[in-house]
Design a protein around this ligand. Structure first.
Ligand code: CA
Length: 236
């Protein structure tokens, strides 16, 4: 008999990322979505939401536009660079101009505040059905299979552990961009630092990349940090 552990269950439930600074709205919405069977991560700030989207690519994002730390347009733009998951904007205004701008930045839908929970849930279900959880996000020669929480290179599954996947996803959110070790540690372990642990995970990641001929795409710069290229540079 096969036992299903809670973590396996969490991996199979659709992951929703809720970015909302109002604590009461966040709590009520979280409860409603959890009751509906979704696994919800709630972020109170744009920065936390963007980190979360990079580390644990969600199946759908619910985004409040009025956040304290970043303008709504910028949040949508940055989320769209990280993920192709549907973005449903929670907005207090029905101004046509704002809707058009948000759509052009990559938002998929709008729900007016105060919202009817039944309408919101119906829209979430519709977008998840339409989008499909298994559509991979292609980054150069890498493909991030969000629903299955795995990363492949040229069609070869890398077999990454959750932490290795979190490191690779963070680096691939800005391919070729140098991330300091401190920045990576903050992204992966927000509550504590484990420098030696990062080195071990990076070394495993490098071995797994090397096994599919992509070892040289992980670039380590002494005293500066790490970068992951999405493809080999063209040789001229
Ligand atoms: Ca707000």
């Amino acid at each position: 008999m096969t036992q299903t552990s809670p973590s396996t269950d969490q991996l199979q439930r659709p992951h929703l990322l809720l970015i909302e600074d109002d604590r009461d709205v966040r709590r009520i919405l979280c409860d409603e979505l959890a009751l509906e069977g979704f696994h919800v991560h709630a972020s109170p700030t744009a920065e936390d939401g963007l980190h979360c989207a990079a580390l644990h690519p969600p199946d759908l994002i619910l985004l409040d536009l009025g956040l304290p730390d970043l303008p709504g347009d910028e949040v949508t733009r940055q989320l769209r660079r990280l993920t192709d998951a549907p973005i449903v904007v929670l907005t207090a205004t029905d101004a046509l101009q704002e809707r058009v701008r948000q759509l052009s930045l990559g938002a998929n839908d709008f729900v007016m505040k105060p919202y009817d929970p039944r309408e919101l849930l119906a829209r979430v279900h519709a977008h998840l059905r339409r989008h499909g959880r298994s559509a991979p996000l292609h980054i150069g020669r890498f493909a991030l299979h969000r629903g299955e929480h795995r990363l492949s290179f040229d069609g070869h599954d890398l077999g990454l552990s959750p932490t290795e996947l979190a490191i690779a996803s963070a680096l691939l959110s800005e391919p070729g961009q140098l991330f300091s070790r401190e920045h990576l540690e903050r992204l992966i372990w927000p509550d504590h630092t484990c420098r030696n642990a990062l080195n071990v995970h990076v070394s495993h990641l490098r071995s797994k990349l090397a096994a599919v001929g992509a070892g040289d795409l992980l670039v380590s710069v002494r005293r500066s940090g790490l970068a992951l290229l999405s493809d080999h540079p063209e040789r001229g």
